[in-house]
Design a protein around this ligand. Structure first.
Ligand code: AMP
Length: 614
């Protein structure tokens, strides 16, 4: 508190902010409070939301109010209703021990008559959205000719939202001899123009650099095909069980659509977009603030001024149209000194835009690889385990304990746990069994992420020691033959000498497949596949000679398991006849399939998903 006192904050205000838990001033408060309190300077403050800027202007301006004058002395303009209400509440909290100061908020979407009545009672501070204030001025329901201070909060957002003319009109109704304080997260040309036209003798304070995000935000990107964006999003969300996030989309249709899909996938979420009525918007926001929703899917416009603390993530489902919007989006996390993650899901054509954002932020995005099923399941199980360990025992547990013990008496502790986890997570574990690899390698960034694993099953090699050496094999059937990773796993397990063969990456191409077996398991694997049929095709497995595999071991970033799904028709004779049948390896076309040379095609074992070992 002493530091706030040294800045000149009054005893009543100190008590107000102490109740809010403020102890030391944030950098923007340290810089702005003395200027606003002491000097007759206008001020441009470059600061993100979440840096404590409300108190930076709120505390000194409240202190300067002369309550015996029954007129509007401070005008604060903010882009949205939510932000207005938030600022109003903050100011009332700061001035809790100054009952003589009256603060009111006026914004669109609610009954104007009630707001007019409030104004008629006499207020000292008005927090307003520009549109509603213009309306009130036109009705002569408010007089702002005696304000000594105007704050333009989130000026860049107000201009983005097309309030330029309204601002001009409002400012022309204020006296010349006043101070104007402009707060903005970014400094586009239009904001510079406002500053030039309306501010005099201004000082500039910057927290962080122009258009740069907060230092507490780390930026990450995932690169996938456009069709895989939703699946990627769902995996990211599922892999972070304690996520509390806003997902940004470009259009309201996207917002609705994604929210619907996430709900269907069992994730607590809702959409916020321009088509909602004010009451619906309030409902969604209240649910999100109360953390009944884990994620909110929003358009940029709908999320403007939305003020929620403690977001762990911001996810850019699409990159915004203009690079500056990225600063706004990502600035919603990493607030008040907390760490946050801003994620972009992009496809390869958007790399240029990503680089432009990096140039603006002066920060690099970290390439991440889309989590695979095992990683997600591990994250969920760990979270579940932590929750169980952290839970308090129900006080009357003794009443029921014996019955519970009796119920499970025949099971070991391990068995009970296995049942419990299967019961809770069966659906999730099933959903994420044998997931595809969705990643597209970013060659500019050395491709691989921290996991170093791009294999089809997304096995987390680090978790298994990180230095497993794999042998690579090819199989003569692929996606067009109906092969899925699950089928391949079943084949491997069924026709090897033992179960639990260590499988690495799986790449299923159109007409053939490459996969890895860890070298410790290799001798137990692939006893004889020549008599096994998959959907009528005799299987042929070949080991890729070691010298060809060297590249894989030495340079995991550029090997065949890169995550690209290529059509590799050049590898083979791949013509198909009209009936969809493929020529065999010996160049014989026609309906009858032949086994590989040397195999006995007369008595093949037929493998399909329901078949059993013959
Ligand atoms: P703002 O940028 O004004 O929206 O503030 C972001 C969050 O930081 C709000 O929850 C404030 O209550 C909190 N905050 C602002 N200043 C301080 C401070 N000096 N100490 C602790 N919390 C603060």
């Amino acid at each position: 508190m002493e530091k706030f006192r040294e800045l000149g904050v009054s005893e009543e205000m100190l008590k107000g902010i102490a109740d809010l838990g403020f102890e030391t001033p944030s950098p923007v408060q340290e810089k702005a409070i003395p200027v606003i309190l002491g000097e007759e300077n206008d001020l441009v403050v470059l600061a993100q939301t979440g840096t404590g800027k409300t108190a930076a202007f709120g505390l000194p301006l409240l202190q300067k109010i002369e309550p015996e004058w029954n007129n509007v002395q401070v005008l604060i303009l903010s882009p949205t209703r939510e932000l207005c209400v938030q600022i109003g509440n903050d100011l009332r909290n700061y001035s809790k021990y100054r009952k003589d100061i009256r603060v009111t908020c006026v914004y669109g979407g609610t009954d104007i008559r009630r707001q007019i009545k409030d104004l008629q009672r006499g207020v000292h501070v008005v927090v307003a959205t520009p549109g509603r204030l213009v309306d009130l001025l036109n009705r002569k329901a408010i007089n702002i000719e005696s304000v000594f201070a105007v704050v333009l909060d989130e000026a860049d957002e107000m201009l983005n939202m097309g309030f330029q003319e309204d601002l001009d009109f409002i400012l022309s109704n204020t006296p010349k001899e006043k101070n104007t304080y402009l707060f903005s997260a970014t400094m586009p040309k239009e904001v510079e123009r406002i500053a030039r036209n309306y501010l005099v003798n201004q000082k500039e304070i910057s927290v962080g650099k122009k258009n740069q995000g907060a230092d507490t935000v780390s930026h990450q990107y995932y690169m996938v095909r456009a069709k895989d964006c939703y699946e990627t999003l769902r995996r990211i969300v599922d892999c972070a069980p304690s996520m509390y996030a806003i997902i940004f989309t470009r259009t309201k249709n996207d917002a609705q659509d994604i929210a619907k899909h996430l709900q269907r996938d069992g994730i607590d979420c809702d959409a916020l977009h321009g088509d909602l009525s004010q009451a619906q918007r309030d409902n969604v926001m209240n649910a999100f603030r109360a953390k009944r929703l884990k994620v909110l899917v929003a358009t940029d416009v709908a999320a403007r001024g939305l003020d929620v603390d403690n977001l762990t993530h911001v996810i850019n489902y699409n990159l915004p149209e203009d690079v500056e919007s990225y600063t706004h989006r990502s600035g919603r996390t990493g607030r008040a000194g907390k760490e946050g993650i801003s994620i972009a899901i992009i496809h390869s054509k958007e790399k240029g835009k990503l680089r432009r954002i990096e140039n603006m932020l002066k920060k690099q995005f970290e390439y991440k690889s889309v989590p695979g099923g095992e990683e997600i399941c591990r994250a969920q199980l760990a979270f579940y385990g932590d929750k169980i360990l952290a839970s308090e025992e129900y006080e009357d547990m003794d009443l029921y304990a014996q019955e519970v013990y009796d119920k499970f008496a025949g099971l070991t502790k391990e068995e009970v746990l296995r049942h419990l986890v299967s019961y809770e997570f069966g659906r999730l574990l099933k959903k994420y069994k044998n997931t595809d690899d969705l990643n597209i390698e970013d060659d500019d960034r050395g491709g691989r992420s921290e996991r170093g694993d791009r294999g089809g099953r997304d096995r987390d090699r680090r978790g298994r020691g990180g230095d497993t050496v794999y042998s690579t094999f090819t199989l003569n059937v692929g996606r067009e033959d109906g092969l899925t990773p699950k089928d391949l796993m079943s084949l491997i397990n069924k026709y090897s000498r033992r179960r639990g063969i260590g499988v690495g990456g799986i790449r299923i191409f159109d007409t053939d497949t490459k996969f890895e077996i860890d070298e410790d398991s290799a001798s137990d694997f692939a006893v004889d596949f020549s008599k096994v049929l998959f959907n009528g095709i005799p299987l042929e497995i070949k080991a890729i000679p070691t010298r060809d595999r060297g590249r894989r071991r030495d340079d995991r970033g550029k090997g065949d398991f890169s995550g690209r799904r290529e059509r590799r028709s050049s590898d083979r004779n791949d013509s198909r006849d009209r009936g969809g049948r493929r020529d065999d390896r010996n160049g014989n076309s026609g309906g009858k399939r032949r086994g590989r040379p040397g195999s006995d095609p007369k008595k093949p074992r037929n493998f399909n998903r329901s078949s059993s070992r013959s």
